[in-house]
Design a protein around this ligand. Structure first.
Ligand code: ADP
Ligand code: MG
Length: 475
């Protein structure tokens, strides 16, 4: 039988397949094509530079062994990098390295013929030290389990987190979804799980990332034509922590790519940890298939902590900061700030700051002043649901009427006002506002916002509506 590039490579593959994990084989070897055999040099085409770097970093030995078996002691491997049409129809960029040549195995010896034109590697975490494919976990070590005080409000989530940290990927809590309101400790708990895993299993690749950053990276990868690198990058992670997944709402492209990454990780027994400000049932504009994945594992809620837990959180914080404070003052603060741990801590910090700047003793009166300011200054976050409720109440209709398809003028106006305030008071996109207020599209919302602007400068009655509603919504 004639020896061809394909036959040599398929023998190599058979050997490699027997010697590495099936998933790794699938990810890193199946996409490769053998393109040329000249003498003892085999050229293989890899999808991207990232791919080539990865093979060199992790699989050069096995490549060398397999190729030497086929082509003898001075076998050479040449990579041809297929850049996914970064520059339109230009010729594929190629880069060659004589790999199975002992002295050339080190990166310094890599012969890069067009190095001045070499496209940069755009993987988010790997630039610039590409040789060092070591993923920074992005974890904050001060967010530990130890510092995360347990109470009835968080017992389930905290203990599920500990179980996951003991056996990442090995419990039925996969994914673990932690949900709850602002400032209740979702980010803290998510980090704590990651920190503990890193501690127990240093060899595991753990990555914490906000859904917002994940989305930006994804959009970037699409722009720069390395969506596959992006996906591969995420598929090699052992423990993936994505914070604030509600941010993905309405972002279908990112949801789609996340869906594939999620499936890959889940199938391979990797752990996924998610946080969200809502329970899966209440998430808007998240594809059904993704929501159903979220429900596969455990959804654990962080509720507002009870008084005892608030007191212990404060005491713990003061203790760690080395500050002493009378119990009655701590209790006063804990009694009045109830819904948000971040604010609770904020109030204590300002109390300490006030007293030290002004050389005042920390008294209950000082605590009263500060708590009062705190409670007043903290803006409530308004949701689109809340806006629709306030607007419908104001016009004495129910929310269903406000969302209905009717063209009756006063209902249309109410709906437009709801859209206008949703735009003004939330960070939701026009598309997401539209879909939450009666399944309209983004153009309708944009039109509504313009109409409200126009009418409030020409119609006195209408201006009154806007003013009244602004007052009701700006708590
Ligand atoms: P979220 O992500 O839910 O908005 P964070 O995780 O950012 O909330 O928490 C806000 C602050 O409250 C952080 O400083 C965190 O350390 C603190 N915190 C929340 N819950 C607890 C808890 N149970 N014990 C100690 N600190 C907590
Ligand atoms: Mg958070």
């Amino acid at each position: 039988m004639e020896i061809t590039a394909q036959s040599v490579w398929s023998n190599c593959l058979a050997f490699i397949k027997d010697n590495i994990q099936p998933q790794a084989y699938k990810t890193w070897f199946e996409p490769i094509d053998a393109v040329k055999l000249s003498g003892n040099a085999l050229s293989i085409q890899v999808p991207s530079k990232f791919f080539y770097e990865w093979l060199e970093e992790h699989y050069v030995k096995i490549l060398k062994v397999s190729l030497t078996k086929e082509l003898g002691a001075d076998a050479k491997l040449v990579y041809v990098i297929k850049m996914e049409n970064t520059y339109g129809n230009k010729q594929p960029f190629t880069e060659k390295i004589p790999s199975a040549n002992r002295s050339a195995l080190k990166s310094q010896d890599v012969d890069v013929p067009f190095n001045n034109k070499s496209p940069e590697l755009r993987n988010p975490f790997i630039i610039p030290g590409i040789r060092n494919v070591k993923i920074e976990s992005q974890l904050n070590p001060s967010y530990s389990f130890e510092n995360f005080l347990e109470g009835d409000s968080n017992r389930l989530a905290r203990n599920a987190g500990i179980a996951v940290a003991n056996k990442p990927g090995g419990t039925s809590f996969n994914p673990l979804l932690i949900f709850g309101g602002v400032g209740l400790g979702k980010t803290h708990l998510a980090h704590a799980i990651g920190v503990d895993i890193k501690d127990k299993y240093p060899e595991k690749t753990v990555l914490y990332i906000s859904a917002e950053k994940f989305t930006q990276q994804y959009i970037d990868s699409v722009k720069k034509n390395n969506r596959n690198d992006f996906i591969h990058f995420y598929q090699i992670i052992d423990v993936l922590i994505i914070d604030d997944v509600q941010f993905l709402s309405g972002k279908t492209g990112t949801q789609d790519v996340f869906f594939h990454i999620f499936n890959h990780l889940h199938q391979n027994g990797k752990q996924v940890i998610l946080t969200s400000d809502k329970a899966p049932v209440d998430m808007q504009d998240i594809e059904q298939r993704l929501l159903s994945r979220f429900k596969w594992g455990l959804s654990a809620e962080l509720q507002t902590p009870d008084f005892e837990t608030r007191v212990s959180i404060l005491k713990n914080k003061l203790y760690r900061d080395g500050v002493e404070m009378q119990d009655d003052i701590i209790e006063y603060v804990a009694k009045h700030i109830k819904t948000n741990v971040r604010e609770l801590e904020g109030a204590i910090i300002s109390l300490i700051a006030q007293s030290s700047f002004n050389k005042k003793e920390i008294t209950i009166n000082l605590a009263k002043d500060i708590v009062e300011k705190f409670v007043k200054n903290t803006k409530r976050e308004v949701s689109i649901d809340y806006i629709q409720k306030v607007v419908s109440d104001y016009f004495q209709m129910d929310v269903n009427t406000l969302q209905s398809k009717t063209r009756k003028r006063h209902i249309v106006q109410a709906r437009q006002l709801a859209m206008f305030f949703a735009k003004k008071y939330t960070k939701a996109s026009l598309a997401s506002i539209g879909s939450q207020i009666g399944q309209r599209d983004h153009a309708t919302v944009l039109h509504a916002c313009k109409t409200v602007d126009n009418l409030s400068s020409t119609d006195k009655q209408f201006r009154k509506y806007v003013e009244d509603l602004s007052k009701k919504l700006a708590l």
